[in-house]
Ligand binder design. Structure first.
Ligand SMILES: *Cc1c(COP(=O)(O)O)cnc(C)c1O
Ligand code: SF4
Length: 340
């Protein structure tokens, strides 16, 4: 699609003008609504459609199997029940004691400042997570600070979500300054899909705020397919790199979207063009409603073996699964060979 409007429009307007109606999305893409519409309307009742126009602009019109569309269009298959696919696959409801914080991994502390995302990814493990009740308020900072100070092993705070880059620069600044005041923190990590779906979010103010922080900043973006990375998006990602921010990518292995070695190889090279290093390739979390994105382990092994053979080691994302209760993400490839 040719849609260059989004390169001009500021990110705040783009964020307040998302497509949320399945009928509109299908019309914009010139897809015959009756094929997909009824399922989309039903499935969107459980987890709403939400997608920025800039992201839709990267989709192919007339292609109901477009890999970007499949990630965001609600589908009737989401309504099927499948054994093992549950609402809280990672057991986060239990782990979550204080509002908005999660300390599962030794050196890293997860802080959720917003439950909102710019895009709703249909495979997301958070599609059933009750954030709104559980976000830290300004007055909670005192408790969070005390906790961080009592845990000298924590050297990194991760802003996750929801998506922290849906917050205003002012709000982000307030939290970054708070974190900077904890002496033993060294790293601030931001997990966000916004630079991919609304590249204009990477504005001057954000760049200079991150560049000037005392904390070393790592931005982990989330892109699953090279088509998400058009020239404009890559330019914005590269500006982050130019401002001394380490930019990494995590992807999720998704049936119908990127379940081919060639697609993953193209993604890695495209990221590298933008100065972004591949980090994780996640196996799907078994969340209710996402079964149709799942892949058999044999198929995963086959794809990943080919990825390993095709890319230089530094462009191979680590294949991992998150297992509830484990002390880190679990690597899925090569460990058994190494141990035997
Ligand atoms: C994924 C995750 C992290 C970060 O793990 P890394 O392996 O360092 O990327 C931290 N805390 C929680 C709860 C996580 O799920
Ligand atoms: S942007 Fe991230 S947290 Fe938000 S719906 Fe997509 S995968 Fe989930």
């Amino acid at each position: 699609m040719t849609n260059y409007l989004y390169q001009e429009q500021n990110w705040q307007s783009q964020l307040s003008d998302l497509i949320t109606d399945p009928r509109e999305l299908l019309e914009v893409l010139q897809l015959a609504p009756e094929q997909l519409l009824s399922g989309a309307i039903l499935a969107s009742k459980q987890f709403k459609l939400r997608v920025p126009r800039a992201f839709v602009g990267k989709m192919q019109t007339g292609n109901p199997l477009d890999p970007l569309l499949l990630q965001v269009l609600p589908h009737h298959l989401e309504l099927e029940e499948h054994p093992g696919f549950v609402t809280d696959p990672l057991g986060e409801e239990q782990a979550n004691q204080q509002p908005g914080v999660l300390h599962k991994y030794k050196s890293r502390f997860l802080l959720t400042l917003t439950g909102a995302c710019a895009v709703h990814c249909r495979y997301c493990f958070r599609r059933h997570f009750p954030y709104q009740e559980n976000l830290p308020k300004n007055e909670d900072w005192i408790n969070i600070k005390q906790y961080l100070e009592s845990q000298p092993d924590i050297n990194e705070v991760i802003l996750s979500g929801g998506d922290p880059l849906t917050l205003s620069n002012q709000k982000l600044k307030t939290w970054i300054e708070r974190l900077e005041s904890v002496p033993h923190l060294k790293f601030l990590r931001i997990h966000s899909r916004v630079p991919i779906v609304i590249p204009n979010r990477v504005d001057e103010e954000l760049l200079s705020m991150l560049k000037n922080s005392r904390l070393r900043i790592i931005l982990v973006v989330h892109s699953n397919h090279a088509s998400e990375l058009d020239d404009f998006t890559c330019t914005r990602l590269n500006q982050l790199v130019q401002h001394q921010i380490t930019v990494l990518n995590q992807a999720v292995l998704l049936n119908g979207v990127n379940n081919s070695a060639q697609v993953l190889v193209d993604l890695s090279y495209r990221l590298f063009d933008a100065g972004v290093m591949p980090y994780y390739l996640h196996v799907l979390d078994k969340v209710k409603g996402a079964h149709h994105f799942d892949l058999a382990s044999d198929h995963i092994n086959e794809i990943y073996t080919e990825v390993l053979a095709s890319l230089p080691g530094y462009l191979v994302p680590k294949l991992v699964r998150e297992i509830a209760g484990e002390k880190n993400k679990t690597p899925l490839f090569g460990v058994s060979t190494f141990l035997s």
